[in-house]
Ligand binder design. Structure first.
Ligand code: PAF
Length: 282
């Protein structure tokens, strides 16, 4: 397993693999890897001959008041995890390698990004689409792996790949949770002990929503109301959104009459956490 910092090194390695007829999977990450990322690497290792993991805290997807500077980083830990899970190459560039002076081309999307996280993080998806397109052009993988915890991101990437005729299969992988239900996230490290306990309201609210769907509730307002009520009872929690949207359009719906995504973003103290479930999976 090698860690490389330049685009040239990645291209040379991938060309060598291609010359041997090998398939390549890409796991895009911002590093500080946990079991959620490990499950993506496992899936890529299973499906492909070689796996590239990108490890890059992408400045373009952070807003001016967000946590770019404090975002956790630990490349030694990441390298050990990637190696243990069968990854072959980590691409760990500096921001200047990805965004040279004069960089001025962006990939943006006019649909799917107008709701949920796109509303509270207006520059986020332009940054994600741009960096993921660049990673796809650099690595040219057969398949790329994304977690369903970032359900809107997964939908946006699928849509971008379709719109721009990118010849890459996008694989969505299940949310990985701590034993007590909290969805794994690099941002969980921001939580102090009280906040860590309080953060359980997210997965508990997900369980409440899932139960209601399972029991036949079709009224989105009723489901959202019960989930919000549970979260609002926790003093350390502040809701950014709890919404139910059409899976295909990411637009809010009133009745569960089609495949839907129930998604939430909740601040626990200063830390913004997300969680979700697909009604089809209930
Ligand atoms: O999901 C993430 O960690 C990031 O948004 C991604 C896809 C690696 C792009 O920077």
């Amino acid at each position: 397993m090698r860690v490389v910092k330049t685009i040239d090194e990645v291209r040379r390695q991938v060309k060598e693999w291609r010359a041997q007829g090998l398939t390549v999977g890409l796991v895009p990450t911002m590093g500080y890897l946990h079991e959620g990322h490990a499950s993506l690497i496992d899936a890529s290792h299973r499906d492909n001959d070689r796996t590239v993991v990108s490890d890059f805290v992408n400045p373009m997807q952070f807003g001016p008041t967000e946590d770019l500077e404090s975002y956790p980083r630990d490349i030694e830990h990441d390298a050990a995890l990637v190696e243990a899970h069968g990854g072959d190459l980590i691409f760990h560039p500096e921001p200047e390698e990805m965004y040279h002076e004069g960089f001025s081309s962006f990939v943006d999307m006019t649909v799917l990004t107008q709701e949920l996280c796109g509303l509270s993080r207006p520059v986020h998806f332009r940054g994600v689409c741009t960096v993921v397109s660049k990673l796809f052009n650099i690595v040219k993988p057969d398949r790329a792996y994304f977690g369903k915890k970032d359900a809107q991101q997964l939908a946006v990437i699928r849509h971008m790949v379709d719109d721009l005729n990118m010849d890459i299969e996008i694989i969505g992988c299940p949310i990985i949770r701590e034993a007590d239900g909290l969805a794994k996230s690099s941002r969980n490290t921001y939580l102090n002990a009280d906040e860590r306990k309080a953060a359980l309201v997210l997965s508990q609210a997900i369980a409440i929503g899932k139960d209601m769907v399972k029991n036949g509730e079709k009224d989105c307002a009723a489901i959202i109301g019960s989930m919000k009520q549970h979260i609002e009872a926790e003093p350390l929690a502040r809701i950014d959104y709890v919404k139910i949207v059409d899976c295909a359009t990411m637009q809010q719906i009133e009745k569960l009459d089609r495949p839907a995504l129930c998604a939430m973003a909740v601040y626990i103290g200063k830390t913004r956490l997300i969680d979700n479930f697909f009604t089809e999976d209930v």
